[in-house]
Ligand binder design. Structure first.
Ligand code: GUN
Ligand code: FE
Length: 458
């Protein structure tokens, strides 16, 4: 039975590839059963009678994927940014996250976060919750209700936390994670669990070993942090003396990729969300025999050549978070290098290292910091272009969810309708210029419609 069949008409814009954008004025993007059936200048015969939502000359673009952010940190965004990572975690982040032991506080804080995320330029997101299972489930319930498609992780941390924010032991952390996965089994349609060891300094070897087992048992994707800050990297070397480099400290436990992309066909989603645990392990073994662990690593600001090579070889996704890297003075990731090497790179706001939920802002930040890097650090690495920033915000991060981030036929229908009439101009401007202005000048007034998997969200 047809779930939905309609077209959006307007000025359609999406990536052809990393270097080129497609602009289709007065065109139709057709949605059929949650998938895009293509973009047409005239409706083909088979679609001639479908409902058309005419958006005039408003822009219609694919939704953006925020590949890395922390839901509990939204409560204090825009404050406390005069510290570097490790001091920032200890003095600001950990005491704030401890508050989510109290479900009534969690409800208040997460309602604000989810409502704002729903009305932001984000259609998909990979989200850290806190170590608290009940609050994580509450967050997942709210995100499901919002209509967005998200991956959410109950955070694991059994060392170097705060007295009020640390799990009692590796076994207790693993047990709580299993309980979480069992409790949410079958509960959601578009909210998926993702295994979330906070970062190496927060997780003992024993916990990492347990998480590796859970990953293989439930076939879960994984998200964590990597090579963000110099103090952090030196600490990992001390904590994991046998690791060759930081990424190796995840790989030692089977928590570092080995597959180029998360293939989200129905079966994979079922197993990723814990709906089907009786399945074929073989489907999760890559051709070289390594088990498959789709992985996102946030930051990769100071990755070594060896680490970058392993990221490439094992298909690890990089969440580039330029605003956060600026705010807590981590540095500037070599994104030109990553793009030219063909790595999977998406953009993350990393709230509350980053202060803004806006993925347009993340695009502007990625472009701006790349110019500083080129000017001040390495003139062989050209700045990021508008086309590349748009690609990272759409297909770059979206592909972690499957065929997401484009209007090509067969992609999941995630769309945003943008009214830019308040960004006034006294002269004719091109569609590309309209898009570029939205990158720098947009705010929530400009978002007038949003679809995720064909569902109307706003
Ligand atoms: N590394 C470990 N935890 C965090 C966090 O909450 N934010 C950032 N930016 N880096 C981290
Ligand atoms: Fe982060």
């Amino acid at each position: 039975m047809k779930k939905d069949l309609f077209a959006l008409k307007g000025t359609i814009c999406y990536s052809k590839n990393q270097k080129e954008l497609i602009f289709a004025e007065n065109s139709y993007a057709v949605c059929e059963n949650g998938l895009c059936a293509g973009v047409f200048s005239q409706l083909p015969e088979e679609y001639k009678d479908i409902p058309v939502k005419d958006m005039g000359d408003r822009l219609i673009i694919p939704g953006f994927t925020d590949l890395h952010l922390h839901a509990p940190q939204y409560a204090y965004r825009g404050t406390g940014m005069d510290l570097e990572l490790l001091d920032w975690l200890n003095t600001i982040t950990f005491p704030q996250e401890a508050k989510y032991a109290d479900l009534s506080y969690a409800k208040k804080a997460y309602s604000i976060f989810v409502d704002d995320l729903k009305h932001s330029f984000t259609t998909r997101a990979c989200i850290f919750a806190t170590l608290h299972r009940p609050a994580t489930e509450l967050l997942m319930d709210m995100l499901e209700e919002s209509g967005l498609a998200t991956m959410v992780g109950k955070v694991n941390m059994d060392r170097n936390g705060a007295p009020e924010l640390q799990e009692k032991s590796a076994q207790a952390s693993a047990q709580d994670t299993r309980q979480w996965l069992e409790e949410i089994k079958g509960r959601y349609d578009h909210t998926y669990p993702i295994l979330t060891p906070r970062f190496t300094p927060s997780c003992t070897d024993e916990l990492m070993t347990e998480l590796g087992k859970i990953q293989r048992e439930y076939h879960l994707p994984v998200q964590s942090h990597l090579s963000e800050n110099f103090g952090e990297i030196a600490w990992v070397k001390e904590l994991c003396p046998t690791s060759r480099f930081y990424g190796d400290a995840y790989d030692m436990f089977g928590l570092f990729g080995t597959k180029p992309a998360f293939n989200t066909n129905e079966a994979d989603f079922a197993s990723a969300s814990g709906l089907n645990t009786t399945d074929n392990t073989a489907a999760h073994i890559s051709s070289d025999g390594a088990s498959v662990c789709p992985t996102i690593m946030a930051h990769c600001v100071h990755s070594t050549d060896e680490e970058i090579q392993m990221i490439k070889d094992q298909g690890v996704y990089i969440a580039h978070c330029p605003e956060s890297n600026t705010d807590i003075a981590s540095g500037i990731a070599p994104v030109r290098l990553y793009l030219d090497m063909g790595l999977h790179v998406g953009l993350g706001t990393d709230v509350a290292g980053g202060f803004s939920l806006s993925m347009f802002r993340a695009m502007a930040d990625a472009i701006q910091v790349s110019k500083l890097r080129w000017r001040l650090m390495d003139q062989t690495q050209a700045p990021v272009t508008l086309e590349e920033a748009f690609y990272m915000a759409t297909i770059g991060g979206g592909s972690f969810f499957g065929k997401v981030g484009s209007f090509e036929k067969g992609y999941e229908f995630d769309a945003m309708i943008l009214d830019d009439s308040n960004i006034r101009h006294p002269q004719e401007i091109s569609t590309r210029d309209r898009l570029e202005r939205l990158v720098y000048l947009s705010d929530d007034r400009n978002l007038v419609g949003k679809y995720v998997q064909g569902r109307k969200v706003i």
